[in-house]
Design a protein around this ligand. Structure first.
Ligand SMILES: [Ca+2]
Length: 294
């Protein structure tokens, strides 16, 4: 059975919560969760722990990752507790996992935030390049958002050096990128079809989703939208081998405009084609999450 690491900035766009719910509903072996783009003294890690407690999964350890000093943490008000500090930090925990996991077991590292923690893992443990298979959301190739001049994809923008480090490392990596995930079909509108289905089901998971989505809808209204794109759930789904998106293969680099470009030499990376089976994916995503709501 594969082992999974989830590296998430839950508490901002609610697609991270949908991604976690998808992972939990699939009953895979989540070894540990690392918080990304940390906030104050482990604010995100504390939020993730609170979510896991609500879902009855306190067995999954949460480690606070790198704090980039950002201040756009939308769910600050939901953090009522302090992150339970562990004896190890996230690097030590990943190092121990690399050491203790037999080479016949795949370790899948799912990164649905910036690449800071992942790049640190690759720098700290040279063997990680061969042992990990990475699925990461971020960047874009030949794509910028319409009417958004100088747009840079969020996960790349918050730490371009780490993103570039991962691209230049030898780690086997699949990138689910913005040219694929910025698809209207992958949008969940706060007052749209899927949220109505979720509210109709009711219960603790529905309330949890509401508590993450309502402040996000309020927060993003000023930017002209009230939806969440399922970038991160599509990435989790790819990591689980579902096949809703397909991948090109070439060497990639981050250029001076912070766009990802194909380059002629360097380690090969897999990166998502723009088209995906988005309709089928959305049906699959929510029918899977609804299993947690019975
Ligand atoms: Ca995310």
């Amino acid at each position: 059975m594969n082992k999974y690491i989830l590296d998430t900035d839950m508490g901002y766009d609610p697609d991270d919560l949908f991604a976690l719910l998808l992972l939990l509903a699939r009953d895979v072996n989540i070894e540990l969760i690392i918080s990304g783009d940390e906030y104050r003294l482990g604010g995100r890690a504390a939020l993730i722990e609170a979510v896991l407690r609500q879902l009855g999964r306190i067995d999954i350890p949460v480690y606070a990752g790198i704090n980039l000093g950002s201040d756009d943490f939308a769910l600050d008000h939901l953090v009522t507790e302090i992150h339970s500090r562990r004896k190890e930090n996230y690097l030590a925990a990943v190092g121990r996992m690399l050491k203790e996991t037999p080479s016949s077991t795949n370790i899948i590292y799912i990164c649905i935030q910036g690449a800071s923690n992942l790049a640190s893992v690759l720098k700290a443990f040279p063997e990680a390049e061969n042992r990990l298979t990475v699925y990461m959301m971020g960047g874009s190739v030949d794509y910028v958002r319409p009417k958004r001049i100088n747009w840079i994809e969020h996960n790349l923008k918050i730490d371009p050096d780490s993103f570039n480090y991962v691209l230049h490392s030898k780690v086997k990596a699949y990138l689910v990128m913005a040219q694929t995930t910025h698809n209207p079909v992958l949008q969940v509108e706060y007052d749209g079809y899927w949220m109505k289905e979720i509210r109709a089901k009711g219960g603790e998971v529905a309330n949890l989703i509401e508590s993450h989505f309502a402040p996000w809808a309020e927060f993003s209204k000023s930017k002209g939208f009230t939806s969440s794109n399922m970038h991160d759930p599509l990435t989790v789904s790819a990591a689980l081998g579902d096949g809703f998106c397909s991948f090109n293969q070439s060497a990639l680099a981050v250029n001076s405009l912070l766009q990802v470009v194909e380059v002629s030499a360097g380690p090969q990376k897999f990166w998502s084609r723009p088209e995906s089976n988005a309709e089928e994916f959305m049906e699959f995503l929510f029918s899977t999450i609804f299993k947690l709501m019975r």
